[in-house]
Design a protein around this ligand. Structure first.
Ligand SMILES: Cc1cc2nc3c(=O)[nH]c(=O)nc-3n(C[C@H](O)[C@H](O)[C@H](O)COP(=O)(O)OP(=O)(O)OC[C@H]3O[C@@H](n4cnc5c(N)ncnc54)[C@H](O)[C@@H]3O)c2cc1C
Length: 579
């Protein structure tokens, strides 16, 4: 969904593997020795578990300093008898195929325990498997180095991992597709649970529900459903993970008719902080069910299965057009009209717009994508709801009718670079306000990034149609509590990519300032309806829950208290949004 970026300047997108080569340089006193098996230490590097740089006592960046994580009721002497120390050592050696345990690179106690509990599914630094698992879409995550990565392949494995992590009070996080731009589904030190091997796909007998493991990407789901002429309410890019997408909301091509992905989940299987496994649905654990629909995962538990409703679906039609700055006013008028009136009349329509400042082209250019879930007779035929766009002269356009899996690959946004996005919303019924927002964005880019050509900042503009908001009320409503009386909103997402880590703070401050200016413009133009912020497009520093509808935060906090009464997740699951 991030198109203009690649048009704005050519970008060299590599796999972005990070360099973990220095982990072996850990101090000798921390190395695994035959006399004291578990050094109860987690080596830490220069970052805290959230990926922020941390100072040490003398102000210098520490390297492999030690921090203690001990399990509840832990007794070193009781636990580390010569026998179990021997047993554990030989177990570790067997598992990772090393003959000489003392030569083993050091790992913290939690990782040793996980290695024993889940043999063959725990990967230590400097191993090829570790590097394979430790890949993320944004270099802000890709550059982190967890102590170990666990890849459970069953719900029971997740339960075992959760129990060990809780016992050792270890910091951890969970990865599904790894597409959050900031440190969140990866962790510096601590444990990353990579759900990639939970990749089950099971269509129910009546084909109304597909049970999906969080290790799947949307491409996998779409391919599984294609032969049945079915689809799920899922992502618009094939690489996106099922887990984070659904738990944060999930905007789909089909959202005008069905709501967001989270509104179409029949039930979740969840491993709670206690290690207990529950099914949450409209009738079982309804507060947890509601919380997981838009409230994110880290407050509530690790979802090991999503039971998603299917919809009948054949091919999808789409058209994209690129417009010069001279057309921006007409494009915005038409875009807002389609968002408010077009989708109301035709819920299968799905428009999205990008705005990109291009001084060489005279200002802000726009690009509008139109999808329709009921294809016209030929791909050259434009559905009635989008025909007004045909009157606006464009610089280029293309269109096609494709299967859902093929459509998922039309706009890939590969891994690489540092990335971030900052979100807000304005009312859709005042295009003049959106025009002012876009003009201000152009001024902001020129002011902040004229001397930083490596920074690419675009606006991603998309409607939350009133018909979508009505669908959000299904099954007791999702956790965002957007009122059915709320009119169509336009989500405005500031999406930035850059290369140099030294620019992180500058970019973050600038983007925060732009969101603030956008909201001020909306308030002045009486187009501010509370500024809903969508978790899946928000930066960590943004208050997301505070922008949900009335009562949402209190309900989410109550659910977190019920399902994580000892605040295990609150304290140990690092990153992302916390109630
Ligand atoms: C190229 C691209 C295209 C996108 N397109 C869309 C789009 O069309 N529509 C849309 O709405 N959004 C879109 N997004 C945003 C996307 O929804 C979010 O980035 C989302 O968080 C990605 O999910 P993930 O599983 O890949 O992320 P992850 O980084 O793996 O996870 C995100 C968060 O959820 C937690 N989590 C993951 N799995 C679980 C689980 N099973 N249980 C509990 N917690 C879990 C993680 O710990 C993390 O905090 C897009 C993003 C990108 C990069």
């Amino acid at each position: 969904m991030h198109r203009i970026e690649s048009m704005q300047k050519p970008v060299n997108l590599g796999p972005g593997l990070s360099d973990f080569g220095d982990f072996c340089q850990c101090p000798m006193e921390s190395r695994y020795s035959s006399s004291s098996f578990v050094v109860s230490r987690v080596f830490r590097s220069a970052r805290d578990p959230d990926g922020n740089e941390r100072p040490n006592d003398n102000g210098r960046r520490p390297r492999n300093a030690a921090v203690v994580h001990q399990p509840d009721n832990y007794s070193l002497t009781q636990r580390l008898t010569p026998f179990n120390a021997m047993h554990i050592k030989s177990g570790v050696a067997a598992v990772i195929g090393l003959a000489a345990v003392p030569a083993l690179a050091v790992s913290p106690a939690i990782c040793f325990e996980l290695t024993l509990t889940l043999p063959g599914k725990v990967f230590l630094r400097n191993s090829g498997d570790y590097n394979t698992h430790n890949q993320y879409w944004s270099n802000r995550q890709d550059g982190l180095s967890p102590c170990c990565i666990v890849a459970p392949s069953s719900t029971n494995d997740v339960k075992k991992a959760m129990n060990a992590i809780r016992k050792w009070k270890a910091p951890f996080t969970v990865k599904s597709g790894g597409h959050v731009p900031f440190p969140s589904s990866n962790i510096e030190d601590g444990v990353t649970i990579d759900l990639v091997s939970l990749n089950q796909l099971q269509l129910s007998g009546d084909k109304s529900v597909i049970s999906v493991g969080p290790g799947n990407r949307w491409r996998d789901v779409a391919n599984h459903l294609l032969p049945h002429n079915l689809a799920a309410i899922g992502g618009r890019v094939g690489d996106i993970g099922v887990g984070g997408f659904v738990l944060g909301g999930g905007i789909s091509w089909f959202s005008g008719r069905y709501g967001w992905a989270c509104d179409n989940v029949r039930s979740f299987e969840v491993v709670l902080a206690s290690g207990n496994v529950v099914t949450a649905s409209a009738t079982q654990h309804p507060a947890l069910y509601k919380a997981l629909r838009g409230g994110g995962g880290p407050n509530f538990g690790i979802v090991t299965r999503f039971d998603l409703e299917t919809i009948p679906q054949g091919d999808i039609w789409y058209k994209e057009s690129l417009y010069s700055p001279a057309s921006t006013s007409d494009v915005v008028d038409q875009f807002c009209d389609t968002a408010v009136n077009g989708i109301a009349a035709d819920v299968d329509a799905h428009p999205v717009m990008f705005a990109a400042y291009q001084p060489s082209l005279g200002g802000v250019i726009t690009q509008v994508f139109r999808w329709h879930a009921v294809p016209p007779p030929t791909s050259a035929t434009v559905p009635a709801v989008f025909q007004p766009f045909e009157a606006i002269p464009d610089l280029m356009n293309k269109n096609a009718t494709l299967t859902v899996p093929a459509m998922l690959d039309v706009y890939p946004d590969p891994a690489g670079f540092r990335k971030g996005w900052w979100d807000t919303s304005i009312a859709a019924d005042n295009p003049e306000v959106l025009k002012d927002v876009i003009t201000n964005y152009g001024t902001w880019v020129a002011a902040n990034f004229a001397d930083k050509p490596e920074v690419v900042a675009v606006l991603l503009i998309q409607p939350v149609a009133h018909s979508t908001i009505l669908q959000m009320q299904k099954y007791g409503g999702n956790s965002m509590n957007l009122s059915p009386s709320l009119a169509t909103q336009i989500k405005i997402n500031t999406y930035v990519t850059w290369a140099d880590q030294a620019l992180d703070t500058f970019v973050g401050n600038a983007a925060t300032q732009l969101v603030s200016q956008t909201e001020q413009i909306a308030i002045a133009g009486e187009a501010f309806d509370g500024g809903f912020r969508y978790m899946n497009y928000a930066e960590r520093t943004q208050d997301v829950y505070g922008r949900y509808g009335p009562g949402a935060l209190a309900q989410l906090q109550a659910a977190a208290s019920t399902y994580d009464p000892n605040q295990v997740l609150k304290k140990q699951w690092k990153g992302y949004f916390k109630v």
